[in-house]
Design a protein around this ligand. Structure first.
Ligand code: NAD
Length: 476
């Protein structure tokens, strides 16, 4: 396999000026895959200046229709390279190949959605009291910094890059240290598809090293970030000085609420993947399960049985559902949450052990007996660990659901329509799925309440977030 190992700046792949590289490790084998160039402050300056130049000299003056054509072409080229992109994602972060293929397809669909959406993105004419003619314009901001994590590298990059470009901005994309390959290919392929040089720059490297400079760069007008709440909070503080625009998609500890009147078999058989999918490294992981007491034991038995059927294994195999964790350090962080002698009230019903094979694998763990003060119940673990607790009444359950500082996602299972509507209104989260676990659609807004974030990716809402709203008034 050919790995893209150089930075993508001003329409060409180039090494870091000081020659520094970072090793990329395949988490399924623990072997070094390749070395990837590591951007420093020098490359950051060149990339931001180039993006600003491209904005002023070309991209902002493309009509929406012309931008749309380029973006449809990018989607076509991405689809033509879908298998290559899926393989790159799978080997670099241990993502099961079937999931990687779905995510690449979603990335291409994201470009198609915004290629179409930008030609229907309208302002208003406003009947102002004074008479004359008043109308609004949606204008691009300039250079946008897109900082993305390692768990869904390709789709999340497209969720930011596609609407930002469609709206007429230029983008400096910074993938996570662990997952630069598909971002670098995105830069190259978009350029091949006709995106002018500089409009999309891709800087692989370490966040803590170039992050502050990128966020504070005077030519960067907006920072669109997905990652941990701690880094998101720092970015918001740094952005505050110059009142930069930010959108933040952060952590989560999402509920899965199961009422006794629901289709229990369906809820229990589908719920393990809602938390263990992507080996639990999912901001939307439904890691706190609330089950109405009369069906608690039955649900737990079904959930454990379904968990034990999940196929943990080689990400390259078509049948694999769970690959390894992204790194040895991530596995150790997750293991520190597992029940041990210091918490005798916690019961580990299955998993939590390392399969006997190389790679950073961990079998999915089901835990009961949690108290609401336990770390395992309250903190984002970002690994294959779920806690299941019974509840006795709706009001108490909702109080506990909403006690979390997070509010990203969640699922609700009931066959009572009135209850579904009532509870859906009360749960404090940016997205919620009823009688399923699908909360992500390219066409619909995605983001969090409270410490799960600010602003929205996807849908029409994201386009609004990459523009400034201008009101123009023409006197009679
Ligand atoms: P992270 O915050 O450590 O890193 C995210 C990105 O920020 C990476 O590109 C990293 O290099 C960069 N970064 C690190 N330090 C930085 C700094 N000081 N300044 C600027 N950039 C910096 O998060 P992660 O470990 O890569 O991802 C896991 C987290 O992301 C979890 O908390 C998860 O819930 C969250 N996440 C949220 C969503 C969502 O849509 N809400 C989606 C995926 C992941």
């Amino acid at each position: 396999m050919n790995y893209p190992t150089r930075l993508f700046i001003d329409g060409e792949s180039r090494p870091a000026a000081d020659g520094r590289t970072l090793p990329l490790v395949n988490p399924a084998t623990e072997a070094v895959l390749t070395e990837v160039a590591m951007a420093g402050i020098r490359e950051l300056e060149i990339a931001v200046a180039g993006a600003h130049r491209a904005f002023e000299q070309s991209w902002r003056d493309y009509t929406p229709g012309r931008r749309s054509e380029v973006m449809f072409e990018i989607a076509r080229v991405l689809r033509a390279h879908a298998e290559e992109l899926a393989q790159l994602e799978s080997v670099s972060i241990g993502k099961p190949i079937a999931d990687a293929r779905d995510e690449v397809a979603m990335g291409a669909r994201t470009f198609e959605y915004y290629a179409g959406a930008i030609t229907k993105f309208c302002g208003q004419t406003i009947p102002v009291w004074r008479g004359g003619f008043d109308f609004t314009l949606r204008q691009p901001m300039g250079v946008v910094a897109a900082i993305v994590p390692w768990n869904f590298p390709f789709p999340i990059a497209t969720w930011k890059v596609a609407p930002a470009l469609a709206a007429g901005n230029c983008v400096v994309l910074k993938p996570a240290r662990q997952s630069p390959l598909t971002a670098l290919r995105l830069g190259e392929l978009a350029h091949e598809a006709g995106l002018p040089a500089g409009v999309l720059q891709v800087l692989a490297g370490a966040g803590p090293e170039i992050g502050d400079a990128l966020v504070q760069h005077p030519l960067v007008r907006k920072i669109s970030f997905t990652g941990s709440t701690a880094v998101g909070s720092r970015i918001m503080q740094l952005a505050a000085r110059d009142i930069k625009r930010v959108s933040l998609e952060l952590g989560g500890k999402s509920p899965n609420i199961v009422f006794a009147d629901s289709d229990l078999e369906k809820a229990a058989s589908s719920s393990p993947l809602s938390v263990f999918g992507n080996t639990g490294q999912d901001c939307c992981a439904r890691s706190r399960v609330f089950v109405e007491r009369p069906v608690f034991q039955k649900f737990v038995d079904l959930f454990v049985a379904a968990t034990q059927k999940l196929v943990v294994g080689d990400p390259a195999s078509e049948s694999t559902q769970l690959g390894p964790l992204v790194s040895s350090q991530q596995r150790e962080t997750v293991e520190a949450y597992l029940p041990d002698a210091t918490a005798p009230h916690l019961q580990l019903l299955c998993g939590g052990d390392r399969p006997a094979r190389p790679g950073y694998y961990l079998n999915p763990a089901v835990v009961i007996g949690c108290q609401t003060t336990d770390r395992i119940w309250n903190e984002e673990i970002f690994g294959p660990v779920v806690c299941i607790r019974p509840f006795d009444n709706e009001a108490d359950m909702l109080a506990e659901v909403n006690a979390s500082p997070y509010g990203l996602s969640g699922s609700l299972w009931t066959n009572d329509l009135k209850r579904a509507l009532r509870v859906a209104r009360r749960v404090q989260s940016g997205v919620l799925s009823v009688n399923c676990h699908n909360s992500l659609h390219v066409e619909a807004p995605f983001g969090g309440y409270k410490q799960s974030g600010l602003g929205r990716d996807l849908g029409q809402a994201a386009l609004e977030g990459y523009t400034e709203l201008k009101n123009v008034y023409i006197a009679d």
